[in-house]
Design a protein around this ligand. Structure first.
Ligand SMILES: O=C(O)c1ccccc1NCC(=O)[C@H](O)[C@H](O)COP(=O)(O)O
Length: 256
């Protein structure tokens, strides 16, 4: 499933490139105001930080929420105390788009993450051109050379990479990049199985200077407390926020 999602995302980016060549997207990326400092926004603190996700649907859960105004939802997240906004820009299975990201960027003063299956420099330039401050890199989807190339490009463009792992080996590959923001996704992106204990099993393998993000499977304040006890500095939450009252849920999560 992960390789199919990545191949589709790359094919879709190639189709966009036919209309908007790399040089044009690169130029648009370079004239954007500087990216916001996501590491400062997500720095470890007395309270857990929340990266709140705009998520319409997903391969594992199908349709989740009809989000007609992603900018308004992002403003609710900001009001509710989120530290960053994650925007799923993949269209086929998640119903997202770069237009969502641009709308969110224009609506909030928080760092914005492009959450997609990124495997080419073109997609990274697109992210910056749309106003992203952060870009997701899924270790399992990338060979080492591509992972290094994309990480370097994200950094050169002034953005922050959220490097996602799902095993000890992948966490080691993230650490070898010098990544300062590393996520452990509880969701196996091939089987969709959720393992909330994976973060805790890997927690002491994070580099000492990396911000630790627990991704997926937060449905209640107890789940946030579980990740927090295991050492998470931040949690990335989608489903619980788009299917419930985002402000009430955020405030319950932030009170943990
Ligand atoms: O959510 C999915 O079904 C999914 C399937 C395959 C690849 C990625 C997928 N989700 C991306 C994410 O990592 C989540 O959207 C994110 O961590 C939030 O998860 P949740 O709070 O459980 O909605």
């Amino acid at each position: 499933m992960l390789s199919e999602l990545t191949a589709n995302a790359v094919a879709d980016a190639r189709a966009r490139e036919a209309d908007r060549p790399l040089a044009e997207v690169e130029a648009a990326a370079l004239v954007r105001p500087a990216a916001l400092d996501a590491l400062a926004a997500l720095a470890p603190g007395a309270r857990v930080k929340v990266i709140a996700e705009i998520k319409r649907s997903s391969p594992s859960r199908g349709a989740l929420a009809e989000i007609t105004d992603p900018a308004a939802l992002a403003r609710s997240y900001e009001l509710g105390g989120a530290s960053a906004i994650s925007v799923l820009t993949e269209g086929r299975r998640f119903g997202g788009s770069l237009a969502d990201l641009e709308a969110v960027r224009a609506a909030v003063a928080l760092p914005v993450l492009r959450k997609d299956f990124i495997a080419t420099p073109y997609q990274v330039f697109e992210a910056r051109a749309a106003g992203a401050d952060l870009v997701l890199l899924i270790v399992a989807a990338l060979d080492d050379a591509t992972l290094r190339e994309l990480y370097a490009l994200i950094t050169q463009l002034g953005m922050t990479a959220l490097v996602e792992a799902h095993s000890a080996d992948e966490l080691e590959r993230a650490a070898a990049l010098g990544a300062k923001l590393i996520g452990v996704n509880a969701r196996d992106l091939t089987t969709f199985e959720l393992d909330r204990d994976l973060f805790g099993r890997l927690a002491d393998r994070f580099p000492a200077d990396a911000i630790r993000v627990a991704e997926s499977a937060v449905l209640s304040p107890d789940d946030v407390a579980h990740y927090r006890r295991a050492g998470a500095d931040a949690v990335l939450v989608g489903e619980a926020l788009v299917t419930g009252d985002p402000i009430a849920n955020l405030s319950a999560f932030l009170a943990v």
